[in-house]
Ligand binder design. Structure first.
Ligand SMILES: Nc1ncnc2c1ncn2[C@@H]1O[C@H](COP(=O)(O)OP(=O)(O)OP(=O)(O)O)[C@@H](O)[C@H]1O
Ligand SMILES: [Mg+2]
Length: 323
């Protein structure tokens, strides 16, 4: 069953530009986005800042009206059946505020449970369930003011799933959380899937998307530029191998020469301290180290490594291709 369906979704923000003389300005944040998420899937939406991820999520959770296009969640239209959609979804935004600092986690959840209409006998059981699910059992009597960012974020997820929604939207859930906290959060997200939920997630951390997501859509400038399983994305875009070469002081001329070496698909440069790191995507069946180094004759070359492509390579290739 399809749980989330977006068909040619568009959203234009009408705003103004200019300080003294204000002129109207249309920002096309989402420009014809279509995708579908199956039940029980963990679907990732990746893309640079301003790509339109949050705007897409806000339309799906009925917080923002689409300018055009259609979206259905659990078979219900997000515009005409918004109220019904809201009852059956949960959402959490990264860096969310709005917890009561002086209350314990349990009392916070009690408050939100009342707000969402989970009351009476069911409330206690449900609160215990969600505390267990997000791994805060045993800490629930402590005041939130003493909670770490990761714990707060897990409490937010607990809040977001109190009413037992079938679909959960997580917009950058691990932002600002330390590596250990983020790892625990990822476990919580995996547990949501294990508990039978469907999850739509955005993140800027590629290894996180790679580890968690069943399928991913990469969005850039309001449009989907790539879609598939992490493995398919890696294979499709960064097909073959990646050779990394540390060099000092390369110029554009060298880059253009490297790009036309037979078997080279793409070359990008990352600045590292005093040196540069050339990331060269090569065809699978070629050993290009020697011809690449031949082009770098006369330059000081550091470490040379050859590795499998990562999701980040695929992402950079997809997002960069749209420029
Ligand atoms: N309320 C608004 N008014 C005007 N423009 C907006 C508004 N909200 C978002 N935008 C613009 O829409 C575009 C998409 O923004 P959006 O927040 O959806 O991106 P995003 O992919 O979530 O980015 P990030 O990774 O930074 O969270 C951006 O150009 C942004 O400036
Ligand atoms: Mg966003």
């Amino acid at each position: 069953m399809l749980v989330i369906e977006a068909v040619d979704l568009r959203r234009t923000y009408r705003t103004t530009t200019g300080v003294i003389r204000r002129r109207p300005l249309d920002v096309e944040a989402v420009r014809g986005v279509s995708f579908a998420v199956e039940q029980g899937e963990l679907f990732g939406l990746l893309g640079p800042n301003g790509a339109g991820k949050t705007t897409t999520i806000k339309m799906l959770i009925t917080l923002l009206l689409p300018t055009s296009g259609d979206a259905r969640v659990l078979g219900m239209d997000v515009v005409s059946q918004a109220r019904d959609v809201r009852k059956r979804i949960g959402y959490v935004f990264g860096g969310d505020r709005g917890l009561y600092e002086r209350l314990s986690a349990r009392d916070n959840l009690r408050y939100f449970a009342e707000l969402y209409g989970v009351s009476g006998k069911a409330q206690r059981t449900r609160i215990d369930e969600v505390l267990e699910l997000v791994g805060l059992k045993g800490r629930e009597q402590e005041r939130v003011e003493g909670y770490s960012r990761g714990m707060r974020q897990r409490l937010h997820i607990a809040r977001g799933i109190l009413h037992d929604p079938e679909v959960v939207f997580l917009d950058e859930p691990t932002i600002g959380v330390d590596p250990v906290g983020a790892r625990e959060l990822r476990q919580t997200i995996a547990d949501l899937i294990a508990a039978g939920k469907t999850v739509l997630l955005t993140t800027h951390y590629m290894f996180e998307a790679d580890a968690l997501c069943d399928r991913i859509a990469v969005i850039a400038k309001g449009e989907i530029v790539g879609e598939g399983t992490p493995a398919a994305l890696k294979a499709g875009v960064a097909e073959g191998r990646v050779t990394e070469i540390e060099v000092f002081g390369v110029d554009d001329g060298v880059l253009s020469r490297l790009r036309v070496v037979d078997g080279v698909r793409a070359v990008t440069v990352e600045e590292r301290d005093q040196k540069q790191l050339l990331v060269v995507q090569c065809a699978a069946d070629r050993e290009l180290t020697a011809p690449l180094l031949a082009q770098l004759d006369g330059f000081e070359v550091g470490r040379v490594t050859s590795r499998e492509p990562t999701l980040e390579d695929a992402y950079v290739a997809l997002v960069g291709a749209g420029d």
